[in-house]
Design a protein around this ligand. Structure first.
Ligand code: HDE
Length: 746
């Protein structure tokens, strides 16, 4: 099999120019036929994929055997009211193909979304540490395919479950595929891969009734973790807002395990991989995440898709923590081989290596996102494994699982999985073999094939396992250096801001509050007491468990980099802003705000009680993007209330609009209020606007400027630019958790 497939299947292909996406995605004009997209000619993976793209422009319909189809709406039958005939090969083929459309979903990480892109290193600094060219040559743009995922739920479950997110990157390097199959949290639940089936059985829907879907808030999960203290560190991450990313664009990624870089001279260095989103790290709040699950279960998938279509490409910086081999035992509180531990960035800084840009959506979800097969064992020269016992088990699992999921050993020949590097070996046959190997010799050594393919050796680009001294007593035992299960959970807790701590307490209360077995709740409070006494007392108070006795004070060390506040991001590109309008709206101010925010990259939508257009105060029609009741505040990052007396009368009388504002405020979102719109803010009981009689009385003393993320422009004031400036600052900050929200009903 050669790495460069001949132009195959597509005979009807006429690459068309990719057109700019329609601005209003909700309504699409009918199109005659779908053309395959054009390719970026300098992207070798894209060029390779193009050989497999099939369009149907100007084509006639055929069976799978290429026989023209006369009629696909009526089966062949004996007389118009008679029985079907077995000879109807078109009917049989069509139904058979339909019957077999599904493949087994991934046993974990079943729900996901993918995107194409490229990785480019900033410079050649890494060549001191690794021979991997794709990390060291700034002239090389390596094509990548990335798949983000949740862990627990099925393929059709919701995006915004409280869960770990997968962050799997396939680099199609010139030296073969390198897969960095990471998560959005830097540690894992268990230390030894042999426990993986147990934790996954425990978190998945319970076996007797298959409940709950996409949730860890149930007895079996908490039963398992309460009996397995090594889960405590990862658990507190999952109880934090890290488990509720605002989008895939705004979450970090981690390789989790310690890997090894190997330089050209054979020197090895321990390495931990990090992805940092350039848009900053932002999360949802739990109430919002649950509501989104109903309003738009594809929330993250849609966000990824739309940002790529609009040209606001998600970007992540790859960074590495490097630890010399000689320093393997320099850490007194962690073992580098223990995947339940992180190395604080303040101890070993993250060195930037290069940038990942996601710039193209898949052409076909099944062919690409569903069939992509990540293998932890895919490494290229310059990157090697360590003895991390979780990593070692993963090295087996990923190849094994593809055999069932993708139906046989030839899954690497699927277009999305093919390396761009040439492939030559004596592997042969099996289900779905695509290659036609020529020649007589399918073994090594051979003379009949001239000895080819020949083994390469390091000089010829071969992967050479780094010689490593291994020595020990065969036993089912863990290292004593893996024994501490609480210290880093405490480190995480200590590093959180006040609001992050509040959210963690609320999450434990919610999750444990769903656990019906009281002894599990009690045991969990005991564990929390070893992490932090205040945490344990606060959780206990919410779940009907007696407060634990004061514990031995845990350590007071911090790692500020663990707080989301350490990675704010800059700008408002891709933030979604809703502007509420109604007939009689002051269109001038609304248009000014919309255009100014759009110019800075925000996605702004005008919402009104009904779709279409509203007649503004100046008599002109102002087109709206959606009816308010088809969306909800939880789908936006910020909300602006339009001004205009008559319009605000309509909005105040509309429960949907009042709820929209109250809910956005309660979820700590930035709010902009234009002129008379303050009456809607009062109707929503926003404290910064004072009490309201709900009858439309203007605020006696309107606030000025931005307060707790609420920005106000007084009626008649012309300072739209200043208003927008304050609003942008408020949106950039993402959330405003310090504001008072007690008593807001939403
Ligand atoms: Fe996975 N994991 N995993 N995992 N994992 C899979 O492989 C497994 C682990 C991760 O988008 C499966 O192709 C074992 C850690 C991601 O296609 C399976 C163990 C981390 C994805 C599997 C782990 C991950 C998977 C299911 C413990 C973070 C989705 C389908 C030894 C560093 C990849 C598949 C995608 C998928 C096994 C632990 C991340 C069954 C046995 C730790 C992101 O092979």
């Amino acid at each position: 099999m050669t790495g460069k497939p001949k132009k195959a299947v597509a005979t009807d292909k006429a690459p068309a120019k990719k057109t700019a996406p329609a601005k209003k995605a909700a309504v699409k004009e009918p199109v005659a036929a779908v053309e395959p997209p054009s390719v970026e000619t300098d992207n070798p993976k894209d060029v390779q994929l193009d050989a497999y793209r099939v369009g149907s422009a100007d084509a006639v319909m055929t069976t799978d055997q290429g026989i023209g189809v006369e009629d696909t709406d009526n089966a062949l039958r004996a007389g118009p009211r008679g029985p079907n005939l077995l000879e109807d090969f078109h009917l049989r083929e069509k139904i058979t193909r339909f019957d077999h459309e599904r493949i087994p979903e991934r046993v974990v990480h079943a729900r996901g979304s993918g995107a194409h892109g490229y990785f480019q290193p900033y410079g050649d600094e890494m060549s001191r540490y690794t021979a991997a060219a794709f990390l060291t040559d700034p002239a090389v743009r390596t094509p990548v395919f990335v798949r983000f995922s949740t862990v627990q739920g099925s393929r059709g479950s919701t995006d915004t479950a409280r869960d770990v997110r997968g962050f799997a990157v396939k680099f199609y390097t010139e030296q073969g595929n390198f897969d960095l199959v990471g998560n959005n949290m830097p540690v894992f639940f268990i230390q030894d891969g042999i426990k993986f089936p147990d934790i996954i059985h425990a978190v998945k829907p319970e076996p007797h009734n298959e409940i709950p879907q996409a949730a860890s808030a149930h007895d079996t999960f908490w039963d398992f973790v309460s009996l397995q203290p090594e889960t405590m560190h990862h658990l507190i991450w999952v109880m934090s807002d890290r488990a509720l990313p605002r989008s895939y664009r705004t979450m970090q990624g981690f390789g989790v395990h310690t890997f090894r870089f190997v330089a050209a001279d054979g020197t090895a260095t321990f390495v931990k991989f990090h992805w940092k989103p350039l848009a900053g790290v932002h999360s949802l709040v739990w109430d919002e995440a649950q509501k989104i699950s109903g309003k738009d279960p594809d929330f993250h998938r849609r966000d990824l898709w739309e940002s790529i279509e609009s040209g606001a490409f998600p970007e992540y910086e790859l960074g590495v923590q490097l630890i010399a081999e000689a320093d393997e035992f320099a850490f007194d509180d962690l073992d580098l081989l223990d995947p339940t531990k992180l190395v604080p960035e303040e101890v070993v800084p993250v060195v930037p290596v290069g940038k990942l840009t996601l710039n193209r959506n898949p052409d076909n979800f099944f062919a690409e996102t569903e069939q992509v097969a990540f293998l932890v064992s895919n490494v290229v020269p310059g990157i090697d494994f360590t003895n991390d016992p979780l990593l070692q088990a993963r090295l087996f699992s990923y190849l094994d699982t593809q055999l069932t999921r993708l139906g046989g050993p030839n899954f690497a020949q699927l277009p999305i999985n093919r390396p761009v590097a040439p492939v030559h070996n004596h592997q042969q046959d099996g289900f779905h073999q695509h290659g036609i190997r020529v020649g007589q010799a399918n073994y090594h050594p051979n003379s009949l094939g001239g000895g080819f393919p020949a083994v390469a050796g390091a000089g010829g680009g071969a992967f050479v396992h780094r010689p490593d001294q291994v020595d020990g007593v065969k036993a089912r035992k863990r290292a004593e250096t893996f024994a501490d299960h609480y210290g880093q959970a405490t480190l995480f807790w200590n590093s959180m801001s006040a609001w992050e701590k509040e959210h963690i307490v609320a999450a434990y209360r919610f999750e444990l509050g769903k656990v019906t077995a009281m002894h599990i709740r009690t045991l969990m409070v005991d564990h929390l007491n070893r992490i932090d006494h205040t945490l344990a007392v606060s959780v206990a108070a919410g779940i009907g468990v007696a407060a634990p006795k004061a514990a031995k004070p845990a350590h007071a060390r911090l790692s500020p980099a663990l707080s989301q506040l350490s990675q704010p991001g800059a700008g408002i590109v891709g933030r979604k802003v809703a502007i509420l309008v109604a007939p009689g709206v002051d269109a001038g101010a609304v248009i000014g705000v919309r255009d100014a925010l759009t110019a800075q990259g925000a996605v702004v939508e005008l919402l009104a009680p009904v779709d279409g257009a509203v007649e503004a105060a100046d008599g002109k029609a102002l087109p709206v993007d959606r009816a308010m009741n088809t969306v909800a505040s939880v789908l936006y990052d910020a909300v602006v209330v339009g001004g205009g007396g008559e319009a605000v009368d309509v909005l105040v009388a509309d429960g949907v609009a009042v709820h929209f504002v109250a809910e956005a405020y309660k979820h700590a979102k930035p709010l902009g209020v234009l002129g008379a719109g303050e009456r809607l803010a009062q109707a929503a009981r926003l404290p910064v606007f004072g009490e309201s009689d709900r009858q439309g009385a203007p605020a006696s003393k309107p606030i000025a400027g931005a307060l707790d993320g609420v920005v106000f422009l007084a009626e008649g004031a012309k300072k739209v630019n200043a208003f927008v400036g304050d609003l942008v600052v408020a949106i950039e900050a993402h959330r405003h958790y310090d504001r008072p929200v007690d008593g807001i009903a939403a």
